[in-house]
Design a protein around this ligand. Structure first.
Ligand code: IPD
Ligand code: CA
Ligand code: CA
Length: 260
């Protein structure tokens, strides 16, 4: 299964790069939420490949939704055919294909492919996480003051700005820097590979996080909801870190609750 996920992510990445070179149609799903021809072509390719090899597995894909019935083995493939569509449609090279494999509600394997850097992140539960075949580990930064953190804004940012901004204010105050890259799957790979130390976001979807969840945990990091309770891929609330600064980030987030 992981080999097929890797093949699908690489081939879908090539489709994205092909459209990026040739040009593509863009449509609005919402006021600031876009979908391009490339999202759809990438998803079609991935779902066809999975369907032809594992016809009994369920699929949950961002653009096409859920399909199939839970087979005896209960596997669900969770697909974001293009994470970072806004970046992609502007030609900003920060986007990825994300494929997670879930069983009984827990991500068991994941692959994230960044075609702009030819970087393939992969993990299988219990077998570690890799970048282009080499083992990766989260950073050793153990104090928030020395941490580089990252976050994102969901598409309802205009409606819920007041809810999202206080965390930014606090993390800008307490860290070495805070970034917004515009692709949750890349954010999670940055934490898994030690390029960043923590990532928080509210309003994510299962296809944004399914693969990154297992990649971070297998790289030695920690993943919870923003209130510290166990992460659930369908909950929208995500805090993932190198582990060492997890409680410090939770404390900052908890202090905001007292503010309200
Ligand atoms: C979005 C990106 C973005 C995050 C949004 C996601 P999309 O995914 O990951 O960084 O802040 O919440 O919806 O729409 O580009 O696949
Ligand atoms: Ca996404
Ligand atoms: Ca997407």
């Amino acid at each position: 299964m992981i080999d097929l996920a890797i093949r699908a992510a690489r081939e879908a990445g090539a489709i994205l790069q092909d459209y990026a070179a040739r040009g593509f149609q863009i449509e609005n799903k919402g006021r600031i939420n876009l979908v391009t021809e490339a999202d759809l072509a990438s998803e079609r390719h991935i779902t066809q490949l999975i369907g032809s090899h594992f016809p009994s597995h369920r699929i949950l894909a961002e653009e096409g939704g859920a399909s199939g019935h839970p087979g005896e083995d209960n596997y669900v493939w969770i697909i974001d055919p293009l994470d970072g569509t806004t970046n992609y449609s502007h030609g900003f090279p920060c986007y990825a294909v994300s494929i997670g494999i879930e069983r009984h509600g827990k991500a068991v394997a994941g692959v994230i492919y960044d075609p702009t850097r030819d970087e393939l992140f992969a993990a299988e539960r219990g077998a570690g996480a890799t970048l282009n075949g080499n083992k990766i580990r989260v950073s050793a930064v153990d104090h928030l003051e020395r941490a580089l953190v990252v976050s994102g804004f969901p598409y309802d940012v205009r409606e819920r700005m007041e809810e999202y901004l206080p965390a930014w204010r606090e993390f800008l105050k307490h860290t070495q820097g805070a970034r917004r890259l515009g692709a949750a799957a890349i954010d999670m790979c940055c934490v898994a590979s030690g390029r960043m130390d923590g990532f928080w976001e509210n309003g994510l979807n299962p296809w944004d996080t399914a693969a990154g969840w297992v990649i971070i945990e297998e790289a030695g990091g920690r993943v919870t909801k923003l209130d510290g309770s166990p992460f659930d891929n369908y909950s929208a609330s995500l805090l993932c870190t190198n582990g060492a600064i997890h409680d410090q980030m939770l404390a900052v987030l908890a202090s905001l609750k007292n503010e309200r």
